[in-house]
Design a protein around this ligand. Structure first.
Ligand SMILES: *[C@@H]1O[C@H](CO)[C@@H](O)[C@H](O)[C@H]1NC(C)=O
Ligand SMILES: *[C@@H]1O[C@H](CO)[C@@H](O)[C@H](O)[C@H]1NC(C)=O
Length: 338
């Protein structure tokens, strides 16, 4: 997302340690990786971006895949993509058009997707649906704040709720994968309608990781950085100039890269999944009692954060302060200041 300043020796240490730990991880004969072959995976936001990239990976691994999204035309094209990844004729690949910000629609969509599977709940749900509309707080309305929670929090919470009720009834171990963002670990100017919802998803995931142990079910949550997706191009249009400036040095990832990283994280049984270095640094700088992915490597990321993040934050604050005058002009231009 941005450049982190770290002394060369720290980087060298990270490289040495990570290769060491990677070797140990790869050689671990006891790790049993999650394999979606023959399982039913339900993907919200499956018509584009990360959701579609995940659906394709899951189909390639031999899973039954249901994708859900609002736009029927986009869904039709997306399903063709997923079909191309088909491995065998038994795979059930389907799409469902629903607007998941309504609780009832979230329930109905899930019910519809269960039907081709004898009414049984999916084995895993991937909650990728969501969008961002950015802007200055002073320009928001009660409705736009509420809309931010609808399109980034409730859209996933309702489906998680409907799914949990089903797996508990069926006494079936389930799997829920949430998609937050590095903006669910921290935030800065421009993200008031988005970051709170992404933080809220973390709260929900942390609670469910604990509570769903009651049902032998697992929970994961992914914190990607910038994803170069169709959603990002829309989001970019509503980004305040100062936010664009702070993110100038951003290195994004393609939906496919994030999907690969997310899938690997699930296979490794990671609860918090980060797909880029910056994400891992934030993850390890705000971990609380969250399970670690790798005790040694996470300590190193934490150390980099301990040194690098205050430096980064100071530079962001300086950028914001330097923007005060331009911002006054902006406010006058928008008729907010008279
Ligand atoms: C948010 O979702 C709720 C429940 O569907 C709805 O009543 C409300 O109007 C939505 N708010 C906005 C601003 O879209
Ligand atoms: C984002 O928006 C800014 C300003 O409108 C523009 O300069 C930039 O090229 C856009 N980037 C992308 C990836 O669309």
């Amino acid at each position: 997302m941005f450049e982190i300043v770290a002394p060369g020796s720290t980087i060298a240490l990270v490289l040495v340690l990570s290769s060491l730990l990677l070797t140990v991880t790869l050689m671990n004969p006891y790790s049993k990786k999650w394999n979606p072959r023959g399982l039913h995976c339900y993907v919200t936001g499956g018509s584009a971006g990360l959701g579609l990239a995940l659906a394709v990976i899951l189909a390639k691994k031999g899973a039954h895949v249901s994708i859900v999204a609002r736009d029927e035309e986009k869904l039709r094209i997306a399903l063709e993509e997923v079909e191309k990844a088909r491995q065998n004729p038994e795979q059930i690949l389907k799409s469902y058009s629903y607007s998941l910000t309504e609780a009832q629609a979230a329930e109905d969509a899930l019910k519809a997707a269960c039907e081709p599977h004898g009414g049984k709940a999916p084995d895993a749900i991937f909650l990728c649906a969501g969008t961002a509309r950015l802007g200055y707080f002073v320009e928001q309305t009660p409705e736009s704040l509420q809309n931010g929670m609808n399109i980034s929090y409730w859209i996933s919470a309702y489906t998680a709720l409907a799914y949990t009720k089903r797996i508990v009834q069926e006494k079936k171990p389930g799997k829920i994968i949430f998609v937050s963002s590095v903006m669910g670990y921290m935030s800065f100017v421009g993200y008031t309608t988005y970051s709170p919802a992404k933080h809220a998803l973390r709260g929900l995931a942390e609670t469910l990781r604990s509570e769903l142990l009651l049902y032998k079910s697992s929970v994961h949550i992914c914190f990607p950085c910038t994803i170069y997706s169709p959603g990002y191009i829309e989001e970019n249009k509503t980004k305040p100039p100062i936010t664009l400036k702070i993110e100038e040095t951003d290195d994004g990832q393609t939906p496919e890269q994030v999907a690969e990283g997310l899938f690997r994280g699930i296979q490794n049984g990671n609860f918090h999944i980060t797909t880029a270095l910056v994400g891992s640094i934030f993850r390890c700088s705000t971990r609380g009692a969250t399970p670690r992915n790798n005790p040694l490597l996470d300590a190193v990321y934490g150390l980099i954060g301990h040194i690098g993040l205050p430096i980064w934050r100071r530079s962001v604050d300086a950028t914001v302060k330097a923007h005060r005058e331009d911002h006054q002009k902006y406010l006058r231009g928008r008729g907010i200041l008279t």
